[in-house]
Design a protein around this ligand. Sequence first.
Ligand code: PLP
Length: 416
Amino acid sequence: MAAIARYGMRMVPDSAEIIRQCRERGQLVEGPHVAQFESEFTRLLGGGHVMAASLEYGRMALLKVLKALQIPAGSEIIVPALTFWVVPEITRVAGLQPVFADIDPATFTLSPAAVERAITPRTRAVLPTHLYGLACDMDPILALAKKHDLKVIEDCAHSLGATYKGRMVGTLGDASFFSFQAFKPLNTFGGGLAWVRDADVAQRVAEYIAAEPLPTEKRVEKVLSAGWWQRTFIRPTVFTYSLFPLWYLASFTNVKPDRYLWEKVQRLDPQPPHYGGKFSNVQAAVGLAALARLPEFIERTRRHAKVFDGMLGDIPGVAIPRIPEGQTHVYYQYCPYVPDSAGLVRRCIRRGIDVAPMHVDVCTRMEIFGWKGPATPGAEKAATSVQVPVYESLADHEIERIGRTVREELLKQAKR
Ligand SMILES: *Cc1c(COP(=O)(O)O)cnc(C)c1O
């Protein structure tokens, strides 16, 4: 039986054709689609200034936004203790000092009370990550920002399409950014986009983007083929005979081979050479097609999550993801708390389901940040949850199989 990988890609069925057409017209790098993509994205968000900002990385959109906001060097910026390590590292590249605030382990998102405790006279900004597809509790965070005159920059890498009290995430603060890496909610094989509320700030972001070099055609082809390889590796037939056997063997040992999947943790100043480059026309063309399908992608992912809610919600000691009143979740990840996550991961892997230990970073315990501030027990607790594969491209029978396997293993654990 084929194994099921932890990640899947949102692919529009005709992307090969879209790419072929761009190539044929000589419009891989430049063309009309970037502006069209930006205007469709603006429509989705409902206004503001939207700018495709980078060929390969969401983080480069963040860096441009931070610089364009002209926050004085050395200011403190409040970042969740649980987020992708790159986010606080980029704030340092922008000359700011990240200060970690704890998350609410029930929702995995930034705790407004922790933000309030972290504010000092040097604080100038807050950077909430809408982790796993659910918005942070933004109203109290926005109220604190108003009271203390802080900029609010939303990290929407996981949460395109999620809403908070009827508003789209990415439009709640002063600025936001999105990532279009292969496994993110909108896949253009890499890339990043910035949203900005204020016209002057937008003008400066546009200048930073204009200063980026156009990628060569060869480099764009490389980005496309990297995306193709990633897709190939997580196809059930390929995954089953490539990565999965390593996972399987490792489940009997203490070795954690999956850490090699993740990017090496390192200082990003000086900026690695491949970080530059403008978003390309072919990515925008693929992105346009993906945007048209976004509602369907979200709907199917939600349906998958609902199936898991039904199958796992009644098991003693298990806490399924919680959605606060007035919010919608887009389930970039489905992360329940279970009594013994390492044990569950091992047992599911032996049955062909790549359930993973939670993998975003508890930044407060990472050497690179040398955090000396208060402990962040919420983030530590979050690290005991697991990620159950929930992505859109899974068929209903696969979701059924995943849910049944996880349920059976959890019930066995409960008996032990
Ligand atoms: C992926 C991600 C980013 C930025 O993504 P890149 O495109 O890799 O730069 C930012 N925040 C979070 C939480 C992410 O998962």
